[in-house]
Each structure stands twice: as C-alpha cells, then as structure tokens.
Design a protein around this ligand. Sequence first.
Ligand SMILES: [Zn+2]
Length: 77
Amino acid sequence: MSAEVSARGVLEVRTYERSQQSIRLVSCPFCTHDFDPHEPRWKHLLDEHDPEDAGLTPAGEIAPGHDAPLFERGGGL
Ligand SMILES: [Zn+2]
C-alpha cells in the first residue's frame, strides 16, 4: 500500500488511498532525541521528562489560581 509522506514538526504523516492517515512521532518535542522506528515513545517521555518540560505545574503541586474562571463574564450581548 503506497502512501504520501509529509512532515509536520515532529510528526510524520502518512496519507494512504481513501484518505486514511497514520501519524507518528519521529522525534521528541522537548529535546533533540530522534526515535528509532519501534522505540516506545511513552518510555522516553516518562523516563526523560517532567511535566515542567511541557509548561505544566510540577507533579504533585497545584498551580495557584487553578480554579479561577478561564474567562470573565462580560456585559456583551
Ligand atoms: Zn525528549
């Protein structure tokens, strides 16, 4: 089965006939690590990275203002 292959950042997108797609993470979005074809991505992310690498609050901490509304209710319509 032939596929058209394109890259979107760290993702490889294969588009097959009938518009079926498969998307594969080819390198880590947080460091320079390139994944081997069958390397478990989850293991690298679990062993090598922390939530802070993705801009999140460290594990076990609650961000101040976490329960504040995302949007203020305006007068509007
Ligand atoms: Zn990494």
